[in-house]
Design a protein around this ligand. Structure first.
Ligand code: C2E
Ligand code: MG
Ligand code: MG
Ligand code: MG
Length: 277
């Protein structure tokens, strides 16, 4: 970096760390360009309400088709955006996309308006007006607060000391909140029981092998019991086989998400799948 800023001797070559830092800065500026140039996209993945067999909502997932590298995993560029403050405008873009998708869904006369579940980073929770601006956007679109759910990962909950206040503000406003990737963030169980989530999303790691191994099935059963004890609805992530769905039904899990039910896809295709195109 010192080299780029002109502070180092010109013949000094970049070390590995410097090269990585430069690549990161480059990706960050490309992400900023993609955001400004309208090249970020929102995909929607259906969430099955197991008892009724209906699609109750969709998770909004960001997509970036990089001009040179092709599609890049959000795990890579969201982490980068969180390190800088780019996550704030990127997050606003996703909120806006989600609201416009809800408006479209309503105009297509979907029998019941599904909810959209939107991932938010701790950095966004720190923005004092996140909830207020979300409520304003919803109000402008004449949408109820119950049309959105915010997803916060377990590790981010632990990172951010004021989660309880944000959750209270959401609850007071009627916005529901989900704890994402449960079981992977070195769960602080006392913390979990103190926070009131509407939904707890059990990480897909706990679904692997539940068809075969009784140990995996017992683990899943125990986790579902834990979630139920907090008063939240359980959602299982990464459902890929009918046998897994059958297990979830038997355990009384409320929602299922995964390739078996549907892959993340653009709004138009999600509507087609629901016969609402
Ligand atoms: P997540 O919130 O846990 O999202 C679920 C991930 O599981 C998605 O990965 C989805 O494509 C994937 N998935 C869904 N069903 C299956 C399945 O049956 N099998 C397998 N193997 N995978 C499945 P994706 O889209 O790559 O997103 C990765 C993570 O990036 C998300 O994990 C979330 O933490 C983050 N992310 C995505 N979009 C946003 C966003 O708009 N804002 C923020 N802050 N984070 C986002
Ligand atoms: Mg999520
Ligand atoms: Mg998740
Ligand atoms: Mg995840």
């Amino acid at each position: 970096l010192a080299t780029l800023q002109g502070g180092a001797a010109p013949d000094q070559s970049l070390g590995t760390d410097d090269a990585a830092a430069v690549a990161k800065i480059r990706l960050e500026s490309q992400l900023r360009e993609a955001l400004d140039g309208g090249r970020l996209q929102m995909h929607l993945q259906p969430l099955l309400d197991i008892p009724t067999g209906k699609i109750a909502g969709y998770e909004a997932l960001i997509r970036w088709d990089h001009p040179e590298r092709g599609p890049i995993s959000p795990l890579e560029f969201i982490t980068l955006a969180e390190e800088t403050s780019l996550i704030v405008p990127v997050g606003q873009f996703m909120l806006q996309e989600a609201i416009s998708a809800l408006v479209t869904m309503r105009s297509r006369g979907m029998a019941q308006l599904p909810f959209l579940s939107i991932n938010v980073s701790a950095r966004q929770l720190r923005e004092a007006d996140l909830i207020q601006s979300l409520l304003e956007r919803l109000g402008d679109a004449a949408l109820p607060a119950s049309a959105v759910k915010l997803e916060i990962t377990e590790s981010q909950v632990l990172d951010y000391p004021h989660t309880a206040e944000v959750l209270d503000a959401c609850r007071a406003a009627g916005i529901r909140v989900a704890l994402d990737d449960f079981g992977t963030g070195f769960s602080n169980l006392s913390h979990l029981s103190a926070l009131a989530f509407d939904t707890v999303k059990i990480d897909q790691a706990f679904l692997r092998g539940v068809e075969g191994s009784s140990r995996a099935a017992m683990m899943l059963d125990a986790i579902v019991g834990l979630v139920r004890a907090t008063g939240a609805d359980a959602l299982a992530e990464g459902v890929e086989t009918p046998e897994q769905l059958q297990t979830l039904r038997r355990l009384g899990v409320r929602y299922a998400q995964g390739y078996l039910i549907g892959k993340p896809e653009p709004l138009a295709r999600a509507l087609q799948a629901q016969g609402a195109a």
